[in-house]
Design a protein around this ligand. Structure first.
Ligand code: ZN
Length: 146
């Protein structure tokens, strides 16, 4: 596998300077997800205020794709309403299922279109999706807890 083609600068930048890393003790739900095929781990806290995502914080370890993806996702989703977040998560999931045939919608995904190339590598798709699946799970739990 040509790693260089996967690692766009924006991905490396998020890996080196992760956004919203470090768990906020105030949260509506906390989840822990692992990607056993690569050894990636993420703990994610979500705090809802009504239907709005007030904070997403996380901690984790693993490959640069998994860590950069959750960092970028946090940037994208904080401050959004849950219904807006659903659209973004769905769009990213579709991009990851595209097997390299989609470039992603930059109006919805912003910088996260940098992961488009990852969809060509089935082994890495799970890395990129780990944080997003954790968010989905946390959002459901947070609404159940209310
Ligand atoms: Zn990984």
């Amino acid at each position: 596998m040509e790693l260089d083609s996967l690692y766009q600068e924006v991905i490396l930048d998020h890996y080196k300077h992760p956004a919203h890393k470090g768990l906020n003790p105030i949260f509506s739900a906390q989840v822990h997800h692992v990607n056993t095929s690569c050894g990636d781990e993420i703990t994610l806290n979500i705090e809802l205020v009504g239907q709005r995502i007030n904070s997403i914080t996380w901690d984790g370890q693993g490959c640069s794709i998994s860590q950069a993806s959750v960092s970028m996702m946090s940037d994208l989703l904080i401050g959004k309403r849950l219904e807006e977040a659903d659209v973004i998560v769905k769009s990213f999931s579709e991009l990851m299922a595209s097997k390299g045939t989609s470039a992603g919608d930059p109006e919805i995904l912003e910088d996260a279109v940098a992961f488009a190339g990852v969809s060509k590598f089935p082994g890495r798709v799970k890395c990129a999706l780990l944080g997003w699946m954790a968010f989905k799970d946390a959002a459901i739990q947070a609404q159940t807890n209310e």
